[in-house]
Ligand binder design. Sequence first.
Ligand SMILES: *Cc1c(COP(=O)(O)O)cnc(C)c1O
Length: 434
Amino acid sequence: MDNADWLNRTRASVWHPCTQMKHLEQTPPLPVARGEGPWLIDHDGRRYLDAISSWWVNLFGHANPRINAAIVDQLGRIAHVMLAGCTHAPVVELSERLARLSGLSHAFYASDGASATEIALKMSFHFWRNRGRPHKTGFVSLQNGYHGETLGALSVTDVALFKDTYAPLLRQSHQVISPDWRLADEGESAETYAWRAIAQMEDFLAECADTTAAVIVEPLVQGAAGMAMYHPIYLTRLRELCDKHEVHLIADEIAVGFGRTGTLFACEQAGIRPDFLCLSKGITGGYLPLSCVLTRDDIYAAFYADSSARGFLHSHSYTGNPLACRAALAVLDIFEADHVLVRNRSKAARFSELLAPIAAHPCVSHFRNTGMIWAFDVKHAAPGFSARFHQQALAQGLFIRPIGNTVYFMPPYVIEEAEMRLMADVTLNLLQTL
Ligand SMILES: *Cc1c(COP(=O)(O)O)cnc(C)c1O
């Protein structure tokens, strides 16, 4: 079977996510046969550098020997068992380690990011109800925020392309302006703009806290908005406001958790701890679907009672899947053994150097970087820019998918000098031909 066979068969039978299937006539999907470190390899043996970590999930490369070994070991023990009425070592060990790392002592699991959002929203509402405050049913989120696409998660998401069609199915939620530094006035610092943005949140909470259960935000980087980055003071101040007004703070670190922003969790850079921390994507190194919502003792305690109805009765069949938990444990082992956060700092500094000509390019605006995420906007991009740039980069061995006119790099942490050069060189070349 070569590339063309797989393309014909996928068009006939697979309904691809986030895709207008008719567009596949012009932009066929990449038929991936296997992966090796940061590389994707097609059925004709051609190699493509995975500059976006397979949709932001892959941390330590494809076919990583240590994660592979952990999963194979677990396969010989048990692949899956239900977590209601049973427990197992991988889920216990993972929960203990995540508690130590986050300071949040109770872990509830699901299989993907959107489900983690659903869980955090339901838990927050249910907490207030158990505490005798059933009118706290509302949620507030940031403009251009993204929290997943199931109906509850889509209700707090603010991306028109994903949301507008389904508006009649969604619950109302409130959006306040984003601290995205690109929205600042000319000459205004990220910090000053963050203070200006938080004022709108402050006004909203002052007025609506009685009917609001929680604020949900993507800490430091709004990924789907086009890697919109903002100053950590926004989060520090948001934590104070949530405490003052008795509203939960849900940190959706599904994309930014596990070292993406330079610290293990993005909230650390603001010196805060959320009430609910949503994790997924990188949690298994991009191997298996797993998500987790971590929360505090006293929130957990509000559900702890003789009555079943006071408990959190949410479930998914694959909750706490042992294979996925073993992959996650292997990921945490790698973080420790390889001093990943420290090593990423020097890799990030080097990659930023290599990107300097791009940052200075006349077609580029708002070049930005947080940890292991780099992004810039292309000025006056013609319609269809994103698909065209993707195809042209692919022809030069780079797998990258701009969001609108935003080009971003979110590479696996295992990239080395040669791969950083490839990303920088191919991108600069393409900018010259715009
Ligand atoms: C990807 C993402 C989600 C949704 O996760 P899925 O696994 O795709 O459902 C939620 N929030 C953020 C910030 C994300 O980037």
